[in-house]
Design a protein around this ligand. Structure first.
Ligand SMILES: [Fe+2]
Ligand SMILES: [Fe+2]
Length: 187
């Protein structure tokens, strides 16, 4: 299956908007932990489930298609792209650590408040920085490529693009997360 590069780009912008909502929710819950209040652990777990299942497994491979096309079509637009992979790996690792912390809390293991706050803060900061780099620099270069080339098709047959929270087929296990997202947009 092929798709226009312009469509991948707008999809990626939308992913970033959705991921920002997740990070805002996560930061709010972590603020409760920092203040010694009880956070909604189930919500934090759902957020990290989404971030590790969708963002790491779908969003990053989708970006690889975009960045691959930039390298192929316009090597002069590709400066610094070699930094993307190590950053994606680092974000996946930090996300995994945080998800493990939350799962340990759920199973009754002792995870200190400080560690939870530190791991979550690292994750949120790193991912926000990475997305800002992409939005302010990499996606702008990609947009210039789209503007110059007009129609440019890329193969996405190898990608599983279903978004279990924001996509058309919502996964039942994310119902609680969806409710929280609705509340956030109302407040
Ligand atoms: Fe990325
Ligand atoms: Fe991204």
């Amino acid at each position: 299956m092929t798709i226009q590069l312009a469509d991948i780009l707008s999809d990626l912008h939308e992913d970033h908007r959705n991921m920002t909502v997740m990070l805002d929710l996560l930061a709010r819950e972590i603020e409760h932990v920092r203040e010694g209040e009880k956070p909604d652990y189930e919500l934090i777990h759902d957020i990290m489930r989404y971030m590790t299942v969708y963002s790491d497994a779908v969003h990053h491979p989708k970006e690889d298609v975009l960045y691959g096309a930039m390298k192929k079509e316009r090597p002069e637009l590709a400066a610094g792209l070699e930094q993307v992979e190590p950053e994606h790996e680092e974000i996946a690792r930090l996300g995994e650590t945080l998800r493990n912390d939350i799962e340990a809390v759920a199973s009754g293991a002792a995870v200190t408040r400080d560690r939870l706050v530190a791991d979550a803060t690292d994750y949120v900061q790193r991912l926000r920085e990475h997305m800002a780099w992409e939005e302010d620099d990499l996606f702008r270069r990609a947009d210039a490529l789209v503007q110059d080339e007009g129609e440019l098709f890329v193969d996405i047959s190898h990608l599983d693009l279903l978004d279990p929270v924001f996509g058309p087929e919502r996964e039942h296990s994310f119902a609680n997360l969806l409710e929280n997202i609705k509340d956030l947009s109302r407040s």
